[in-house]
Design a protein around this ligand. Structure first.
Ligand SMILES: [Zn+2]
Length: 317
């Protein structure tokens, strides 16, 4: 009989799950709302419903892997702190889920899980060393070093979103100022667009938003830029500049050459990649100019469930 594993990606808004055969084929994907504001019991119930629903497409599930937005303890048992899932701070995720389901559960940070997913089945398949950067509402990162996930001494390696790229920059969700996340995320693109309009800059975004600036999002700015809007293009150039600073710093520090851009903003990769690649070449050592490679994620928003599925399979071996 075919056995299965489940990979789950827990985000602030949605939980996504994938059912994988025990030889790594994705059979079915499902998603549901996280409803974290209703408390940890509701989140656990939603996760259990997701696993049960996925199980209907296969058979016996042997283990579950979880990618979750936030900082985990070094043993990957407790979610210590999560800005997007504050109701789950200090929550013993691994134990509670393993008790509820009676099967092994393996937990990892969501960006780390996405890096594992890209290594297993995506753009990092043939790479031994790379940094995956998830560009979305926030910015996360996951390092693959010598073919394995590298989580650092206390388990929080790869937090590239909180690398300070502007010493007197704008406030970040983490409480500091000038982090990459505050200058290059989808939220930063939105903020820059609103600031430009408020400053009276001429842009099609004014009409596209119908005058309701709160309706502006990174996708709208992307479409405006693709149609030749100079202000929208400038915003993506700025966001790319700070991302280039971060990538060049990582390259100089760790001599990692390969970078994969994932997350929702990777949908705009065709627009910002030329700016990004050009700036990175200017910022790294001349010896690294032709070595640094930046590509878009292959798995997109599914990278997290693939990585979680990989964790579930690896944990059984
Ligand atoms: Zn920060």
């Amino acid at each position: 009989m075919q056995n299965y594993v489940v990979g789950i990606d827990i985000g602030g808004t949605m939980v996504k799950g994938g059912l994988f055969t025990n030889d790594g084929i994705l059979v079915q994907k499902l998603s549901a709302e996280t409803r974290v504001h209703q408390g940890s019991d509701t989140v656990l119930k939603n996760l259990s419903t997701l696993v049960t629903s996925l199980q209907k497409y296969g058979g016996r599930v042997l283990s579950v892997g979880i990618g979750v937005a936030g900082v985990l303890d070094v043993k990957r048992e407790t979610l210590l702190q999560s800005p997007n899932l504050p109701e789950l701070d200090n929550f013993p995720l691994k134990r509670r889920l393993a008790e509820a389901w009676g099967i092994p559960v393996f937990v990892e940070n969501d960006a780390n899980a996405a890096a594992l997913g890209e290594k297993w089945a995506g753009a990092g398949r043939n790479l031994d060393n790379f940094l995956l950067i998830t560009l979305g509402t926030g910015i996360g990162g996951g390092f693959i070093v010598n073919g394995e996930l590298w989580t650092g001494e206390a388990g929080k390696a790869g937090e590239v979103g909180h690398m300070v790229v502007v010493t007197d920059g704008v406030p970040c969700a983490c409480g500091k100022y000038g982090c990459l996340e505050a200058h290059s995320s989808a939220e930063a693109v939105k903020r820059m667009a609103i600031e430009a309009l408020q400053a009276g800059v001429c842009s099609s975004l004014k009409n596209l938003s119908g005058g309701d600036y709160a309706a502006i999002d990174a996708e709208m700015v992307y479409h405006a830029a693709k149609k030749g809007d100079a202000a929208a293009t400038e915003i993506f150039k700025k966001a790319s500049h700070y991302l280039a600073v971060a990538i060049a710093n990582v390259n100089n520090l760790l001599d990692i050459h390969n970078f994969i851009i994932g997350g929702g903003m990777s949908n705009a990769f065709d627009l910002f990649a030329p700016f990004l690649q050009g700036e990175v070449k200017e910022l790294v050592f001349t010896t690294a100019r032709d070595k640094v490679t930046i590509v878009s994620s292959k798995l997109g928003n599914d990278a997290g469930i693939f990585g979680a599925g990989y964790l579930a399979l690896k944990g059984l071996k």
